[in-house]
Each structure stands twice: as C-alpha cells, then as structure tokens.
Design a protein around this ligand. Sequence first.
Ligand code: PMP
Length: 290
Amino acid sequence: FDQLEGEIWYNGEFVPWKDAKLHVLSHGLHYASSVFEGERAYGGEIFKLREHTERLHKSAELLGFEIPYSVEEIDDACNELLQRQGFEDAYVRPIAWRGSEMMGVSAQQNRINLAIAIWQWPSYFKPEERLKGIRLDMAKYRRPDPRTIPSESKAAGLYMICTLSKHEAESKGYADALMLDWRGRVAEATGANVFFVKDGVIHTPTPDCFLDGITRRTVIDLARKRGYEIVERAIMPEEMEEFEECFLTGTAAEVTPVSEIGPYTFTVGEITTNLVNDYTKAVQPVREAA
Ligand code: PMP
C-alpha cells in the first residue's frame, strides 16, 4: 500500500505517495495517540464530508489534542486531493497523530500531524458474498467500558480489539466478527454497526460504548422515511435466535446483509434489501438537470 501512485496530503503539502513517511519514534505509533476517519466519495463528491471532518476534530479533542487545521481547511484539502487523484469513487482516509519530538508517555510539545490519503476501494467485503449475506464469527474480546477509554473517539487504539477479532474470524473462514460490549450486550462488528429485523421492526444497539456511525444515522433516517419503526435499545446475544434479518452499516461496508452470526442464521429479506437500495441512491450526489 505504501507503493501506490499519486499523492498524499501531508501537513499542508501534496507529497508523492511513496515519500509520505514518518519517524519510527512517533508518539502515535508507540502510544496510539492517533485518530482517523474513513470516508467515501461517490461520483466525485465525498459523502457527508463535513460530518466526518467534525468527528475527526472531536476524536482528537477526546484524546487531548487539537488538530492544527480547521474543519474548512481539512474539507478543502480532501476535495482538492480527490480532484488531483482523479477519482470519482474512492475511499478517503485522514489521520492525525502526535509526532516524534519527545519520547515518553507525556508528549505535550509534540507536533500534531495530519495526513490524507485517497485510494480506490470498491467493496469492503467480497462482492460475490456481500449481497447473499456475509458470515460473522462471535468475537472473543469485548468493547470496553467507556470509563476505561474514550469510546466515542475514532481512535487507533480502539482498533486493536477489532484487528484481533477480525483476524481470528478470517482464520476460521468468516468475513468479520460481531463484538459484544463489556456487559455482554451486542455492540458492533469490527468496522461497522449492526441492525436486526423482527416482525417488520428494526432493532439496533444503543451506541453508548462504541461509534455511533455516520452510516448508522443515515440508515436510521432512510428507514424512518420508509415508515419503518426503529428501536435503539440494549440487545442481548440470545435475542439473535428470534431475529429474521441482520445487516451491517459503515462507510466502507455501506449496507451489507448478514446471513450468519455464530450459531444464528438470518435471511436477506425485504427490509434489508430496501435499505441497501435506498443507501445506494442516497450516497449519489444530487446533480441539477442540465
Ligand atoms: N464501528 C466501527 C468500529 C467502525 O470502524 C466504523 C467505521 N468507521 C463504524 C462503526 C461505522 O461508522 P461510519 O458509519 O461512520 O463509517
């Protein structure tokens, strides 16, 4: 990935992709003082760019640092980079981290760096599996108590558990893993939120210790527009026995149907299919008729 073509926006400059490097003594690497975003561009426009950039700022604040570029400057940088890369449909990854000026847990004086990379990433899960429903493992590790970590932040440190869970799932032939929270409630997948359907009603866990995804909120709005009832509540894993449909939402995952979670099975039903289609339409830029 470090050998792709094109440019990376790095602390205000466009640098050749292969030259966008940092020092091995970066605080972000040693102590996980790093926050990032995942965005998608459709038809040359970054979907919900402002919301993502605002979340990036907030994620940094929750880790005690301030990104030295305003929300407007970051939005402009993302848009300019998308144009320079020449992509219509792409994935956008801004990342901010504490630099290498001082070594140790304390890093008050370290520079806050910001980089943005944009690449083509058509499908998060294998396209042939995606619409038939993907299979999820039940993860061994749980999402932590929000009193132990700022879980509202899209912080790199929170992804250690996700990578462990995803790797274990993949080694068993699953596409992804479903994690419970520290109380044993259903939480989320390793890079996406989860929804269930039963008797025409949509159920999704209350995001009180994991990311309240921008896609999650978009899909809740789309479901309400269709007149579907949505309940946000605590969901216990045993309830999955009774749920009929299941899907994931995330910027990379978009709306992905799920056919299996551990011992529980689901069908790709009408509600899931309608929301896959509604989301596909919603992300396309609105163009004035010529
Ligand atoms: N949970 C986790 C752990 C994620 O990484 C993501 C992807 N950012 C999400 C949920 C969904 O968030 P969003 O819809 O904002 O992409």
